[in-house]
Design a protein around this ligand. Structure first.
Ligand SMILES: Cc1ncc(COP(=O)(O)O)c(C=O)c1O
Length: 409
């Protein structure tokens, strides 16, 4: 990514923004598209056909982004809406089970399963994490003929490791189970091909690596799977009335839209659609492979630099687990927004004072890299970490890795 890319993100200068995993900085073209939308609404009211066209533009772009068909994309407002629409529409029978690793899931991919346990009598099989990684082998072993769904994050919100989605999807397929991926943290950072991964469903929202707004997202459902489902919620845009007006419905003639379109409900977040369609044009222009190489390359530089200082980088040396998120500290050593380790809180404060925007999640300091970051940002973080170590002296050193560990990790 060159300086022209960075140049359209005014928020990328004047601070070191390493928080795309919470939400991205917004690029100028997206902001301009949002302004145009508001201006039109304010002065002219807006035109429904044009608004609907923006939604279809976004839907096409989403499909292109993940290599699906357009009718495999339902429009949603966030990740959890997509996860819930899919999960609650499955023909559960009491005693069916779902496999999930709650330690590494965002709460929004945990609650729904316990709700289905309550409402439909399903069994939630919880599998412990494997040192911050989704336990692919253990989940594979826990599969049986009553497993209906295996769910996983493509990248966990913390510590942010990549999941071997393809292997898990393959194992699930062997017992006829479906795979549902929470892709909140990966789409827009990691080049994704749902056909190649062999997954059945995936949910994402647009405020993180998709560089646009809250309140807009999509649910991918493989066409054959979608067409076997009775959607839990229905409204006008999910019902197929052919050329007839939506008021032309006759009782008992409920026909769903093809594929995942049946999960669309009523009016959309049209502003969110305009913003997302604009951001997706940018991503397509840069090329997802280039974006992925850029953000993962910087993550590798950052992880290496922090390890060389002796800091406890989750996962150790860059390897197949590393995407665009670098976490420091003990994964799981804290609540959702906190770290138990006082040294990590002190390092967090030091980073903030040095103009670095980051998050604390589940015990770790999470530094997440966006398309607008560059090597100077990484150097700034490493320099700040070095100063912290020097100024905190022995207080910090007890939290550093032992010399012999450094080589191994
Ligand atoms: C992995 C993951 N899933 C889900 C969410 C959020 O879900 P929702 O968009 O439903 O609020 C986040 C973060 O916001 C996340 O990191």
């Amino acid at each position: 990514m060159n300086s022209q890319v960075r140049g359209i993100f005014p928020g990328a200068s004047g601070q070191v923004y390493l928080d795309v995993s919470a939400r991205s900085l917004m690029p100028e073209p997206v902001s301009a598209a949002v302004d145009r939308h508001i201006h039109t609404r304010m002065h002219y009211g807006g035109d429904k056909d044009e608004l609907r066209a923006e939604v279809e533009r976004a839907r096409h772009a989403f499909a292109g982004l993940i290599n699906s068909s357009v009718n495999e994309i339902a429009i949603t407002k966030n990740v959890s809406e997509g996860l819930n629409l899919f999960a609650a529409s499955l023909p559960w029978e009491a005693g069916d089970n779902v496999l999930v690793c709650p330690e590494l899931e965002h709460p929004n991919n945990i609650y729904l399963w316990f709700n289905l346990a309550r409402s439909r009598g399903i069994e939630v099989r919880t599998i412990p994490a494997d040192e911050g990684r989704i336990p692919v082998a253990a989940m594979g072993n826990a599969l049986d003929e009553r497993t209906r769904v295996v769910t996983m994050p493509s990248i966990s919100f913390a510590p942010g490791f990549l999941t071997d989605v393809k292997s898990l999807a393959l194992a699930a397929k062997q017992v006829g189970a479906l795979t549902l991926v929470d892709a909140a943290q990966s789409i827009g950072a990691i080049d994704t091909n749902v056909r190649d991964l062999g997954i059945d469903a995936l949910a994402v929202a647009t405020q993180k690596c998709l560089l646009s707004l809250y309140g807009f997202g999509f649910l991918y459902v493989r066409r054959e799977v979608a067409e076997s489902l009775v959607p839990i919620h229905v409204a006008r845009y999910g019902i197929d009335l052919g050329e007839a007006h939506e008021t032309a419905f006759a009782e008992d003639e409920l026909k769903y839209q093809p594929g995942a379109l049946r999960f669309d409900l009523g009016n959309y977040n049209y502003l969110g659609a305009t913003a997302a369609a604009t951001a997706l044009d940018l991503l397509a222009g840069w090329g997802m492979k280039n974006v992925e190489a850029h953000v993962c390359g910087l993550a590798s530089e950052l992880a290496t630099g922090l390890l060389e200082l002796g800091l406890p980088v989750a996962g150790g040396s860059p390897g197949s687990h590393l995407a665009h998120i670098v976490s420091v500290g003990e994964s799981g050593g804290g609540r959702h927004y906190s770290a138990d380790d006082p040294a990590m809180n002190s390092l967090y404060d030091h980073f903030v004072a040095a103009g670095i925007k980051l998050s604390i999640r589940s015990g770790v300091l999470r530094l997440s890299i966006g398309v607008y970051n560059q090597s100077s940002d990484i150097e700034h973080v490493i320099a700040a970490a070095r100063t912290w170590i020097e100024t905190k002296g022995s207080g910090a050193s007890s939290h550093l890795l032992g010399r012999e560990d450094r080589g191994r990790r």
